[in-house]
Design a protein. Structure first.
Length: 38
């Protein structure tokens, strides 16, 4: 079970980091376009 847990973490972590990074980029671009739109 420990091995499966480790494999799951190794699979999920990069996806989670990528998601958080893209989300931050997305929010920043939204704020930038929102400010210039006003």
């Amino acid at each position: 079970e420990g091995i499966r847990m480790a494999a799951t973490m190794i699979t999920i972590l990069p996806l989670l980091i990528t998601y958080l990074f893209l989300q931050r980029q997305f929010v920043e671009s939204l704020e930038r376009t929102g400010i210039t739109g006003e």
